[in-house]
Design a protein around this ligand. Structure first.
Ligand code: 3EB
Length: 342
């Protein structure tokens, strides 16, 4: 009998940004794992036409809305467990959840994250390589006077602890403001594709931030390198976390938009540079012009033209790029940028 290596030929994940009007039943019924709608209202995660869907309240008007569509060429299985929906194709799993608006978030975040982590384990998808978190009123105070983002971070840290999810294993992530909907999240997980966490030598690892930023630190990696096998150290993708104007652990250039954009871009450029990747035994040399599936989060709407002009000098004109006007997790931050090197 021929043994087929399950890690070969399953390919790496692929997503695109679409006009929501183009995400028809025919598209959903085709080769789609999940559709993440960055749109004008929050919608609970669910299953539509055999694909996962979730609506994030990230657009002020319909013309700002877009759909991030995760593609597959394999049959998809789906389900819903409590507040979490999932879809998987034998190699990749997308899990999404939503926690309703509330005065406190630690416990509900821990519970929803535990539901998602349990599902991953149960379905046999062990390698979580990317997480996104969208937090309404992110800089507001909760019922106890704790900043909502810090409240969320505590619940996330507790869930990871319960699942013995070590700091070296946490995936790249985004933690960003939303216009409503409580806290929504989605995770990407692989069965055999191998993730490697990448840190930025110019930044303190987020999971080592000191207590001044909250009772429990944010748990994420600066980037995740994802390859078909652990031995492939050059052909993988790089998932870049939300990246801001932070050096060491400190917010730099408070109130200076241009300098914050420059430092955010410089942080990404260094993160994905040959030297920084080599420290993680990855032999890729990439730059800002290699980024795709870019999201640029801008706190003040009036800043978007300047941010767009600066980013367009560095990003490929062919790169999918979305600009979103939402709050950022530290009140002094004006901008945050994420992307994927395919
Ligand atoms: C930072 O570097 C900026 O809490 O999941 C970036 C990416 C940020 C992810 C998260 C937060 C998160 O600390 C904020």
């Amino acid at each position: 009998m021929t043994q087929v290596n399950p890690a070969v030929g399953l390919g790496l994940p692929s997503s695109t940004f679409m006009n929501p009007a183009d995400v028809t039943d025919a598209v959903l019924g085709g080769n789609v794992l999940g559709v993440v709608n960055y749109t004008t209202e929050p919608t609970d995660p669910g299953i539509e036409n055999g694909a996962l869907t979730i609506g994030l309240h990230m657009a002020h008007t319909a013309d700002e809305a877009f759909a991030e569509v995760w593609i597959t060429d394999r049959p998809v299985e789906t389900g819903v467990v409590r507040e979490v929906a999932y879809a998987h194709d034998g190699e990749y799993l997308i899990v999404a959840g939503r926690i309703p608006q509330a005065g406190r978030y630690t416990e509900a975040t821990r519970a929803a994250y535990c539901t998602a982590l349990e599902l991953m384990d149960g379905l046999g998808y062990k390698n979580c390589f990317r997480m996104w978190n969208f937090v309404a009123d992110i800089n507001g105070d909760n019922a106890d006077g704790l900043e909502v983002y810090r409240d969320f971070c505590r619940g996330r840290a507790e869930a990871f602890e319960l699942f013995h999810f070590g700091d070296q294993e946490v995936p790249s992530a985004t933690g960003i403001g939303a216009l409503g909907g409580g806290i929504s999240f989605y995770f990407l997980v692989s069965r055999s594709a191998a993730p490697t966490s990448v840190e930025n030598s110019k930044q303190v690892s987020a999971y080592h931030y000191p207590q001044q930023y909250g009772p429990r630190p944010p748990k994420f990696a600066r980037a995740t390198y994802l390859a078909e096998t652990h031995t492939d150290r050059s052909g993988g993708q790089i998932y870049v976390s939300g990246t801001a104007s932070i050096r060491g652990h400190e917010t730099l250039h408070e109130g200076d938009l241009v300098k914050q954009v420059e430092l955010s871009l410089d942080n990404i450029a260094h993160l994905i540079s040959r030297d920084n990747l080599a420290a993680h035994e990855i032999e890729r040399r990439t730059g800002l012009s290699d980024l795709d599936n870019i999201k640029v989060y801008v706190r003040h709407r009036e800043d978007i033209p300047v941010v767009r002009r600066m980013c367009s000098e560095y990003f490929s004109p062919a790169a999918r790029t979305a600009y979103l006007n939402v709050d950022v997790c530290r009140s002094g931050l004006l901008v945050e940028i994420e992307g994927i090197v395919p």
